[in-house]
Design a protein around this ligand. Structure first.
Ligand SMILES: [Zn+2]
Length: 239
């Protein structure tokens, strides 16, 4: 029985190794997904900035056209000013010209604001496009590294799986059935090492009678608490 339990312990090690390798294989693409998301976010920011520049340019054109209209209006009003004899009407015309000039001054400020914001955004583009290109390069080399790593792990996985197949041929089929059954209910720990009469998986005590039998290593013993196969190892002699 000791020999068979030893083989089951080896099988468990291989199964755990296989789980670990499969987990590692899944991690690579996850890492890439994170980098891709960062890149997409940056692209979205650039797109939003470009749209903002278009809006600002549109606004600038509108202000400039309003300024031109204002200037034309002022010129026309000035022309008519000459012919006005009535003092009140004259003053009203002057006020209107003044108001239009004030409006135009405000529009000129707005044009300047647009130009400043456009300039700021244009400067930002260069930095952001640089960052996009750096990150794109980074993503490409990471993708290559992940591909290589996954290929290496898959090779190792194939080796371990092959070893597992061979190992299973040497294990009693009833025991193998028991192993699979416990694995379904208890997860990756099927065999539990007992140390100082305590189950290593559930950490509960093994009754003395059972512990004695376990140390004889000639029958299959299950932990009375977690129902896993328990096994025992003679302590390494202390040097
Ligand atoms: Zn237990």
């Amino acid at each position: 029985m000791k020999r068979q339990v030893d083989l089951l312990v080896q099988l468990q090690e291989k199964d755990q190794k296989i789980d670990q390798l499969r987990w590692q294989i899944r991690q690579g693409p996850e890492r890439l997904k994170g980098l891709e998301t960062q890149l997409q976010t940056l692209d979205q920011v650039i797109e939003a900035d470009k749209k903002r520049v278009e809006e600002l340019q549109q606004g600038q054109r509108e202000y400039e056209s309003d300024i031109e209209d204002g200037v034309a209006h002022i010129r026309k009003s000035r022309g008519r000013l000459m012919g006005i004899k009535n003092n009140r009407e004259y003053k009203a015309f002057l006020r209107e010209i003044e108001d239009t000039e004030k409006e135009n001054a405000k529009r000129e400020d707005k044009v300047l604001e647009c130009l400043e914001e456009i300039e700021g955004l244009n400067q930002g583009f260069e930095l952001k496009e640089d960052e996009v290109s750096t990150r794109r390069d980074g993503l490409e080399s990471e993708r290559k590294a992940v591909d290589e790593e996954v290929a290496r792990i898959e090779e190792e996985l194939a080796d371990v799986e092959h070893g597992r197949e061979e190992l299973m041929q040497t294990i009693d089929s009833n025991l193998l059935g028991k192993y699979k059954q416990i694995k379904t209910t208890s997860g990756s720990i099927v065999l539990s090492l007992v140390n100082h009469a305590t189950c290593g998986a559930c950490h509960l005590g093994i009754p003395p009678q059972m512990y004695n039998e376990l140390q004889r290593q000639d029958t299959l013993q299950l932990c009375p608490h977690c129902q896993r196969i328990i096994y025992w190892k003679e302590a390494e002699p202390t040097p």
